[in-house]
Design a protein around this ligand. Structure first.
Ligand code: SF4
Ligand code: SF4
Length: 426
Protein backbone atom coordinates (compact mmCIF):
# COMPACT_ATOMS: atom_id res chain seq x y z
CA UNK A 1 0.00 0.00 0.00
CA UNK A 2 1.30 3.49 -0.90
CA UNK A 3 2.79 5.32 2.06
CA UNK A 4 3.59 8.98 2.41
CA UNK A 5 7.35 9.41 2.27
CA UNK A 6 9.56 11.48 4.53
CA UNK A 7 10.12 14.90 2.95
CA UNK A 8 6.90 14.77 0.87
CA UNK A 9 5.44 18.23 1.45
CA UNK A 10 1.80 19.15 1.76
CA UNK A 11 0.34 22.60 2.17
CA UNK A 12 -2.04 23.49 4.99
CA UNK A 13 -5.66 22.96 3.89
CA UNK A 14 -7.50 22.08 7.08
CA UNK A 15 -6.80 22.99 10.69
CA UNK A 16 -9.00 21.80 13.50
CA UNK A 17 -8.95 23.95 16.62
CA UNK A 18 -10.14 23.39 20.18
CA UNK A 19 -10.27 26.95 21.57
CA UNK A 20 -11.90 25.86 24.85
CA UNK A 21 -10.02 22.56 25.03
CA UNK A 22 -12.20 19.73 26.32
CA UNK A 23 -14.47 22.08 28.32
CA UNK A 24 -18.15 21.59 27.65
CA UNK A 25 -21.48 22.71 29.07
CA UNK A 26 -22.93 19.23 28.51
CA UNK A 27 -21.88 15.75 29.58
CA UNK A 28 -23.03 13.39 26.84
CA UNK A 29 -22.54 9.79 27.92
CA UNK A 30 -20.61 8.77 24.79
CA UNK A 31 -18.30 11.83 24.51
CA UNK A 32 -14.69 10.78 23.95
CA UNK A 33 -13.22 14.26 24.52
CA UNK A 34 -14.30 15.27 28.05
CA UNK A 35 -11.70 12.99 29.59
CA UNK A 36 -8.92 14.95 27.83
CA UNK A 37 -9.16 17.43 30.70
CA UNK A 38 -6.72 15.08 32.47
CA UNK A 39 -4.03 16.08 29.93
CA UNK A 40 -4.36 19.79 30.68
CA UNK A 41 -4.32 19.86 34.47
CA UNK A 42 -2.62 23.25 34.78
CA UNK A 43 -6.08 24.78 35.17
CA UNK A 44 -9.68 23.65 35.39
CA UNK A 45 -10.86 26.17 32.78
CA UNK A 46 -9.22 26.04 29.38
CA UNK A 47 -9.34 29.03 27.04
CA UNK A 48 -7.16 29.96 24.06
CA UNK A 49 -5.18 33.17 24.57
CA UNK A 50 -4.84 35.94 21.97
CA UNK A 51 -1.17 35.02 21.52
CA UNK A 52 -1.92 31.44 20.60
CA UNK A 53 -4.81 32.46 18.34
CA UNK A 54 -2.73 34.98 16.43
CA UNK A 55 0.21 32.57 16.04
CA UNK A 56 -1.96 29.81 14.68
CA UNK A 57 -3.90 31.96 12.20
CA UNK A 58 -0.79 33.79 10.99
CA UNK A 59 1.07 30.53 10.46
CA UNK A 60 -1.81 28.61 8.90
CA UNK A 61 -2.69 31.38 6.46
CA UNK A 62 0.95 31.94 5.63
CA UNK A 63 1.44 28.26 4.78
CA UNK A 64 -1.90 27.67 3.02
CA UNK A 65 -2.64 27.86 -0.68
CA UNK A 66 -5.65 29.62 -2.20
CA UNK A 67 -8.08 27.87 0.16
CA UNK A 68 -7.94 27.05 3.84
CA UNK A 69 -10.52 25.70 6.27
CA UNK A 70 -10.59 26.29 10.00
CA UNK A 71 -12.73 23.85 11.98
CA UNK A 72 -13.67 25.13 15.44
CA UNK A 73 -14.53 22.30 17.81
CA UNK A 74 -14.28 21.14 21.36
CA UNK A 75 -15.43 20.42 23.84
CA UNK A 76 -17.76 23.28 23.10
CA UNK A 77 -16.20 26.17 21.14
CA UNK A 78 -19.07 28.60 21.79
CA UNK A 79 -17.85 28.81 25.42
CA UNK A 80 -15.31 31.28 23.99
CA UNK A 81 -18.06 33.81 23.22
CA UNK A 82 -18.83 35.73 20.03
CA UNK A 83 -16.05 38.28 20.68
CA UNK A 84 -13.40 35.58 20.36
CA UNK A 85 -14.75 34.57 16.95
CA UNK A 86 -14.88 38.19 15.85
CA UNK A 87 -11.13 38.24 16.61
CA UNK A 88 -10.76 35.06 14.54
CA UNK A 89 -12.33 36.71 11.50
CA UNK A 90 -10.35 39.94 11.98
CA UNK A 91 -7.08 37.99 12.15
CA UNK A 92 -7.98 35.96 9.08
CA UNK A 93 -8.60 39.18 7.17
CA UNK A 94 -5.38 40.71 8.46
CA UNK A 95 -3.19 37.72 7.56
CA UNK A 96 -4.99 36.59 4.38
CA UNK A 97 -3.42 36.96 0.92
CA UNK A 98 -6.54 36.97 -1.25
CA UNK A 99 -7.30 33.45 -0.06
CA UNK A 100 -10.67 31.79 0.34
CA UNK A 101 -11.19 30.99 4.00
CA UNK A 102 -13.81 28.55 5.28
CA UNK A 103 -14.86 28.46 8.91
CA UNK A 104 -16.72 25.48 10.35
CA UNK A 105 -18.13 25.54 13.87
CA UNK A 106 -19.20 22.35 15.56
CA UNK A 107 -21.54 23.04 18.43
CA UNK A 108 -23.99 21.37 20.78
CA UNK A 109 -26.25 24.40 20.23
CA UNK A 110 -26.90 25.21 23.89
CA UNK A 111 -25.53 28.78 23.71
CA UNK A 112 -26.74 29.63 20.21
CA UNK A 113 -28.93 32.72 20.55
CA UNK A 114 -29.90 35.42 18.02
CA UNK A 115 -26.55 37.16 18.39
CA UNK A 116 -24.63 34.00 17.62
CA UNK A 117 -26.92 33.14 14.72
CA UNK A 118 -26.53 36.63 13.23
CA UNK A 119 -22.74 36.50 13.58
CA UNK A 120 -22.42 33.04 12.02
CA UNK A 121 -24.68 34.04 9.14
CA UNK A 122 -22.82 37.30 8.53
CA UNK A 123 -19.43 35.59 8.26
CA UNK A 124 -20.82 32.51 6.46
CA UNK A 125 -19.69 29.93 8.99
CA UNK A 126 -20.74 26.38 8.20
CA UNK A 127 -22.25 24.98 11.39
CA UNK A 128 -22.34 21.36 12.45
CA UNK A 129 -25.07 21.02 15.05
CA UNK A 130 -24.96 17.92 17.23
CA UNK A 131 -28.54 16.67 17.03
CA UNK A 132 -29.14 12.95 17.23
CA UNK A 133 -32.71 13.10 15.90
CA UNK A 134 -36.11 13.35 17.57
CA UNK A 135 -36.41 13.86 21.33
CA UNK A 136 -36.42 10.26 22.55
CA UNK A 137 -33.28 9.49 20.52
CA UNK A 138 -31.35 12.69 21.23
CA UNK A 139 -32.10 12.69 24.95
CA UNK A 140 -30.99 9.09 25.36
CA UNK A 141 -27.34 10.15 25.78
CA UNK A 142 -27.03 13.92 25.13
CA UNK A 143 -27.64 15.42 28.55
CA UNK A 144 -26.36 17.97 31.04
CA UNK A 145 -24.04 17.12 33.93
CA UNK A 146 -27.13 16.89 36.10
CA UNK A 147 -28.73 14.46 33.65
CA UNK A 148 -31.31 16.89 32.23
CA UNK A 149 -32.63 16.59 28.70
CA UNK A 150 -31.30 18.99 26.04
CA UNK A 151 -33.30 18.24 22.89
CA UNK A 152 -35.64 21.25 23.01
CA UNK A 153 -32.79 23.76 23.36
CA UNK A 154 -30.78 22.16 20.57
CA UNK A 155 -33.75 21.89 18.24
CA UNK A 156 -34.62 25.55 18.86
CA UNK A 157 -30.99 26.50 18.16
CA UNK A 158 -31.19 24.65 14.85
CA UNK A 159 -34.30 26.58 13.84
CA UNK A 160 -32.66 29.84 14.89
CA UNK A 161 -29.59 29.11 12.80
CA UNK A 162 -31.58 28.19 9.72
CA UNK A 163 -33.92 31.18 10.10
CA UNK A 164 -30.82 33.41 10.13
CA UNK A 165 -29.59 31.75 6.93
CA UNK A 166 -26.69 29.78 8.44
CA UNK A 167 -25.67 26.66 6.48
CA UNK A 168 -26.31 24.01 9.11
CA UNK A 169 -25.43 20.31 9.08
CA UNK A 170 -26.99 17.88 11.52
CA UNK A 171 -24.29 15.76 13.18
CA UNK A 172 -25.80 12.54 14.46
CA UNK A 173 -24.08 9.90 16.55
CA UNK A 174 -25.19 6.38 15.73
CA UNK A 175 -25.17 4.39 18.96
CA UNK A 176 -26.78 1.21 20.31
CA UNK A 177 -30.14 2.98 20.66
CA UNK A 178 -30.31 5.35 17.69
CA UNK A 179 -29.18 2.63 15.27
CA UNK A 180 -32.66 1.13 15.60
CA UNK A 181 -34.33 4.16 14.01
CA UNK A 182 -32.84 5.06 10.62
CA UNK A 183 -36.23 5.98 9.10
CA UNK A 184 -37.27 8.14 12.01
CA UNK A 185 -33.95 10.02 12.20
CA UNK A 186 -33.72 10.62 8.46
CA UNK A 187 -37.30 11.82 8.15
CA UNK A 188 -36.90 14.01 11.22
CA UNK A 189 -33.85 15.78 9.82
CA UNK A 190 -35.30 16.13 6.35
CA UNK A 191 -38.67 17.41 7.46
CA UNK A 192 -37.02 20.01 9.71
CA UNK A 193 -34.77 21.36 6.97
CA UNK A 194 -31.54 19.60 7.96
CA UNK A 195 -30.85 18.26 4.50
CA UNK A 196 -27.10 18.08 5.11
CA UNK A 197 -26.43 15.22 7.52
CA UNK A 198 -23.41 13.49 8.98
CA UNK A 199 -23.69 10.17 10.79
CA UNK A 200 -20.91 9.17 13.18
CA UNK A 201 -20.82 5.58 14.42
CA UNK A 202 -19.98 5.30 18.09
CA UNK A 203 -17.48 2.86 19.55
CA UNK A 204 -15.62 3.55 22.77
CA UNK A 205 -13.84 1.37 25.31
CA UNK A 206 -15.93 0.44 28.34
CA UNK A 207 -14.64 2.58 31.23
CA UNK A 208 -15.30 -0.20 33.75
CA UNK A 209 -14.13 -3.21 31.74
CA UNK A 210 -11.47 -2.08 29.24
CA UNK A 211 -11.55 -5.50 27.58
CA UNK A 212 -14.78 -4.65 25.82
CA UNK A 213 -16.66 -1.84 24.07
CA UNK A 214 -18.92 0.44 26.12
CA UNK A 215 -22.58 -0.53 26.12
CA UNK A 216 -23.64 2.56 24.15
CA UNK A 217 -21.41 1.54 21.22
CA UNK A 218 -23.16 0.39 18.06
CA UNK A 219 -22.40 -3.13 16.85
CA UNK A 220 -21.05 -3.56 13.36
CA UNK A 221 -24.12 -5.51 12.24
CA UNK A 222 -26.50 -2.82 13.52
CA UNK A 223 -24.50 -0.06 11.89
CA UNK A 224 -24.43 -1.99 8.62
CA UNK A 225 -28.20 -2.37 8.65
CA UNK A 226 -28.55 1.31 9.55
CA UNK A 227 -26.34 2.41 6.64
CA UNK A 228 -28.14 0.19 4.12
CA UNK A 229 -31.55 1.51 5.14
CA UNK A 230 -30.32 5.11 5.19
CA UNK A 231 -28.89 4.66 1.73
CA UNK A 232 -32.25 3.44 0.41
CA UNK A 233 -34.02 6.45 1.94
CA UNK A 234 -31.42 8.81 0.46
CA UNK A 235 -31.67 7.19 -2.96
CA UNK A 236 -35.45 7.25 -2.86
CA UNK A 237 -35.33 11.04 -2.55
CA UNK A 238 -33.30 11.57 -5.74
CA UNK A 239 -34.91 13.83 -8.33
CA UNK A 240 -33.66 13.82 -11.94
CA UNK A 241 -30.68 11.68 -10.94
CA UNK A 242 -29.62 14.25 -8.31
CA UNK A 243 -29.76 13.83 -4.52
CA UNK A 244 -32.04 16.13 -2.57
CA UNK A 245 -30.39 15.34 0.78
CA UNK A 246 -26.65 15.17 1.44
CA UNK A 247 -25.04 12.57 3.67
CA UNK A 248 -21.33 13.06 4.16
CA UNK A 249 -20.28 9.40 4.13
CA UNK A 250 -22.32 8.66 1.01
CA UNK A 251 -21.02 11.78 -0.73
CA UNK A 252 -17.42 10.98 0.24
CA UNK A 253 -17.64 7.42 -0.97
CA UNK A 254 -18.82 8.67 -4.34
CA UNK A 255 -15.48 10.43 -4.85
CA UNK A 256 -13.78 7.02 -4.89
CA UNK A 257 -16.01 5.94 -7.78
CA UNK A 258 -14.92 8.86 -9.96
CA UNK A 259 -11.22 8.65 -9.16
CA UNK A 260 -11.02 11.58 -6.76
CA UNK A 261 -9.71 11.82 -3.22
CA UNK A 262 -12.63 11.70 -0.77
CA UNK A 263 -12.95 14.54 1.76
CA UNK A 264 -13.63 12.05 4.57
CA UNK A 265 -10.22 11.01 5.96
CA UNK A 266 -11.67 7.63 7.00
CA UNK A 267 -11.77 6.69 3.29
CA UNK A 268 -8.28 7.79 2.28
CA UNK A 269 -5.16 5.61 2.03
CA UNK A 270 -3.22 7.42 4.72
CA UNK A 271 -3.95 9.80 7.61
CA UNK A 272 -2.08 12.90 8.62
CA UNK A 273 -3.53 15.47 6.19
CA UNK A 274 -4.54 17.92 8.88
CA UNK A 275 -3.51 18.86 12.41
CA UNK A 276 -5.37 19.67 15.62
CA UNK A 277 -4.48 22.71 17.71
CA UNK A 278 -5.48 22.64 21.37
CA UNK A 279 -6.33 25.76 23.43
CA UNK A 280 -2.73 26.13 24.70
CA UNK A 281 -1.20 25.89 21.22
CA UNK A 282 -0.21 22.21 21.45
CA UNK A 283 -0.48 20.56 18.04
CA UNK A 284 -1.60 16.95 17.64
CA UNK A 285 -1.89 14.48 14.76
CA UNK A 286 -5.66 13.96 14.78
CA UNK A 287 -8.82 14.73 16.72
CA UNK A 288 -8.99 11.12 17.93
CA UNK A 289 -5.34 11.03 18.95
CA UNK A 290 -4.97 14.03 21.23
CA UNK A 291 -2.57 12.05 23.36
CA UNK A 292 0.96 12.76 24.63
CA UNK A 293 2.47 10.27 22.12
CA UNK A 294 0.84 12.13 19.21
CA UNK A 295 1.87 15.64 20.22
CA UNK A 296 3.80 17.24 17.37
CA UNK A 297 4.75 20.57 18.95
CA UNK A 298 3.27 23.93 19.91
CA UNK A 299 2.45 26.93 17.70
CA UNK A 300 4.26 29.28 20.07
CA UNK A 301 7.58 27.50 19.46
CA UNK A 302 7.11 25.62 16.19
CA UNK A 303 5.73 26.31 12.75
CA UNK A 304 2.46 24.57 11.98
CA UNK A 305 3.47 23.72 8.38
CA UNK A 306 6.68 22.10 9.63
CA UNK A 307 4.65 20.05 12.08
CA UNK A 308 2.24 18.90 9.35
CA UNK A 309 5.25 17.79 7.31
CA UNK A 310 7.26 16.39 10.22
CA UNK A 311 8.48 12.79 10.19
CA UNK A 312 6.38 12.19 13.26
CA UNK A 313 3.18 13.21 11.48
CA UNK A 314 4.14 11.20 8.40
CA UNK A 315 4.73 8.15 10.58
CA UNK A 316 1.33 8.69 12.20
CA UNK A 317 -0.32 9.00 8.78
CA UNK A 318 1.22 5.76 7.58
CA UNK A 319 -0.07 3.72 10.52
CA UNK A 320 -3.29 3.39 8.56
CA UNK A 321 -1.48 1.32 5.93
CA UNK A 322 -0.49 -1.33 8.48
CA UNK A 323 -3.46 -3.52 7.69
CA UNK A 324 -4.66 -6.78 9.15
CA UNK A 325 -4.55 -9.77 6.72
CA UNK A 326 -8.34 -9.64 6.26
CA UNK A 327 -8.04 -6.17 4.69
CA UNK A 328 -5.13 -7.06 2.43
CA UNK A 329 -7.23 -9.59 0.54
CA UNK A 330 -10.54 -7.71 0.83
CA UNK A 331 -12.32 -6.77 -2.43
CA UNK A 332 -13.39 -3.48 -0.81
CA UNK A 333 -9.90 -2.37 0.16
CA UNK A 334 -9.87 0.47 -2.37
CA UNK A 335 -13.07 1.83 -0.79
CA UNK A 336 -12.25 1.84 2.91
CA UNK A 337 -8.49 1.16 3.22
CA UNK A 338 -9.19 -0.54 6.53
CA UNK A 339 -11.16 2.45 7.88
CA UNK A 340 -10.18 4.88 10.61
CA UNK A 341 -7.36 3.48 12.81
CA UNK A 342 -9.14 4.58 15.96
CA UNK A 343 -11.96 2.16 15.11
CA UNK A 344 -9.38 -0.65 15.00
CA UNK A 345 -8.39 -0.19 18.64
CA UNK A 346 -11.48 0.91 20.58
CA UNK A 347 -12.92 -2.58 21.05
CA UNK A 348 -10.17 -5.06 22.06
CA UNK A 349 -12.41 -7.87 20.86
CA UNK A 350 -11.93 -6.71 17.26
CA UNK A 351 -8.31 -7.88 17.40
CA UNK A 352 -7.01 -5.05 15.19
CA UNK A 353 -9.70 -5.29 12.52
CA UNK A 354 -11.94 -2.26 12.09
CA UNK A 355 -14.91 -2.46 14.46
CA UNK A 356 -17.17 -1.54 11.53
CA UNK A 357 -15.73 -4.00 9.02
CA UNK A 358 -18.91 -6.07 8.84
CA UNK A 359 -20.96 -2.87 8.46
CA UNK A 360 -18.75 -1.68 5.59
CA UNK A 361 -18.94 -5.02 3.80
CA UNK A 362 -22.74 -5.08 4.12
CA UNK A 363 -23.01 -1.52 2.90
CA UNK A 364 -20.51 -1.68 0.02
CA UNK A 365 -22.23 -4.79 -1.33
CA UNK A 366 -25.63 -3.12 -1.05
CA UNK A 367 -24.64 0.25 -2.54
CA UNK A 368 -21.99 -0.68 -5.12
CA UNK A 369 -24.32 -1.17 -8.15
CA UNK A 370 -25.99 2.17 -7.46
CA UNK A 371 -22.68 4.00 -7.10
CA UNK A 372 -21.44 2.54 -10.38
CA UNK A 373 -24.52 3.80 -12.15
CA UNK A 374 -24.31 7.25 -10.52
CA UNK A 375 -20.62 7.50 -11.41
CA UNK A 376 -21.48 6.80 -15.05
CA UNK A 377 -24.03 9.60 -15.05
CA UNK A 378 -21.64 12.01 -13.33
CA UNK A 379 -18.83 11.23 -15.74
CA UNK A 380 -21.11 11.85 -18.70
CA UNK A 381 -22.16 15.18 -17.24
CA UNK A 382 -18.64 16.33 -16.51
CA UNK A 383 -17.09 14.77 -19.62
CA UNK A 384 -14.80 11.88 -18.95
CA UNK A 385 -11.73 13.51 -20.39
CA UNK A 386 -12.08 16.53 -18.12
CA UNK A 387 -12.55 14.35 -15.06
CA UNK A 388 -9.40 12.40 -15.93
CA UNK A 389 -7.46 15.57 -16.63
CA UNK A 390 -8.70 17.01 -13.34
CA UNK A 391 -7.80 13.87 -11.42
CA UNK A 392 -4.25 14.09 -12.71
CA UNK A 393 -4.05 17.76 -11.93
CA UNK A 394 -5.46 17.30 -8.46
CA UNK A 395 -2.84 14.68 -7.67
CA UNK A 396 -0.15 17.09 -8.78
CA UNK A 397 -1.31 20.38 -7.41
CA UNK A 398 -4.22 20.16 -5.01
CA UNK A 399 -7.79 21.33 -5.28
CA UNK A 400 -7.50 24.70 -6.93
CA UNK A 401 -7.88 23.30 -10.46
CA UNK A 402 -11.38 22.00 -9.77
CA UNK A 403 -13.22 25.25 -10.21
CA UNK A 404 -15.21 24.19 -13.25
CA UNK A 405 -16.21 20.68 -12.28
CA UNK A 406 -19.38 19.87 -10.40
CA UNK A 407 -18.91 18.59 -6.89
CA UNK A 408 -19.29 14.80 -6.81
CA UNK A 409 -21.60 15.05 -3.81
CA UNK A 410 -24.34 15.88 -6.29
CA UNK A 411 -25.39 19.19 -4.80
CA UNK A 412 -25.06 20.87 -8.17
CA UNK A 413 -22.50 23.27 -6.66
CA UNK A 414 -19.06 23.78 -8.11
CA UNK A 415 -16.43 21.46 -6.61
CA UNK A 416 -15.20 22.40 -3.15
CA UNK A 417 -17.68 25.22 -2.85
CA UNK A 418 -20.05 22.94 -1.04
CA UNK A 419 -17.75 20.36 0.58
CA UNK A 420 -14.91 22.65 1.58
CA UNK A 421 -15.15 22.46 5.35
CA UNK A 422 -14.12 19.78 7.75
CA UNK A 423 -16.64 18.70 10.32
CA UNK A 424 -15.87 15.77 12.53
CA UNK A 425 -17.29 13.98 15.48
CA UNK A 426 -17.20 14.80 19.15
S1 SF4 B 1 -14.27 -3.88 4.53
FE1 SF4 B 1 -13.25 -4.72 6.34
S2 SF4 B 1 -11.72 -6.21 5.58
FE2 SF4 B 1 -12.37 -4.88 3.87
S3 SF4 B 1 -10.82 -3.24 3.83
FE3 SF4 B 1 -12.58 -2.48 5.02
S4 SF4 B 1 -12.08 -3.00 7.16
FE4 SF4 B 1 -10.71 -4.22 5.86
S1 SF4 C 1 -7.12 8.37 12.61
FE1 SF4 C 1 -9.20 8.39 11.75
S2 SF4 C 1 -9.98 10.49 12.11
FE2 SF4 C 1 -7.73 10.53 12.40
S3 SF4 C 1 -6.92 11.17 10.39
FE3 SF4 C 1 -6.95 8.89 10.46
S4 SF4 C 1 -8.89 8.29 9.52
FE4 SF4 C 1 -9.04 10.48 10.07
Amino acid sequence: MNQRKSGEKQIIRDVLIKPAGPDCNLACSYCFYLEKGAMFRESTIHRMTDNVLEALIRQAMGAAGEQVSFGWQGGEPTLMGVDFFQKVVDLQMRHGREQTVGNGLQTNGILIDQIWAGFLAHYQFLVGLSLDGPKHIHDQYRCTRGGSATWQKVFDAGKRLMDAGVATNALTVVNDYSSQFPDEIYEFHKSNGFVHMQFIPCVEIDPVNPKMAASFSVTSESFGAFLCRLFDLWLNDFKNEEPTTFIRFFDSLFYTYVGLTPPDCGLTKTCGNYVVVEHNGDVFSCDFFVEPECKLGNVLQDNIADLLNSDRQIRFGNIKTELPDACKSCPWLSKCYGGCPKDRIRDPQDDGLNHFCTAYKMFFKHADPHYRRMAKVWKQKNALSRAEETRQQIEQSGIKVMRNALCPCGSGEKFKKCCGSTLMAT
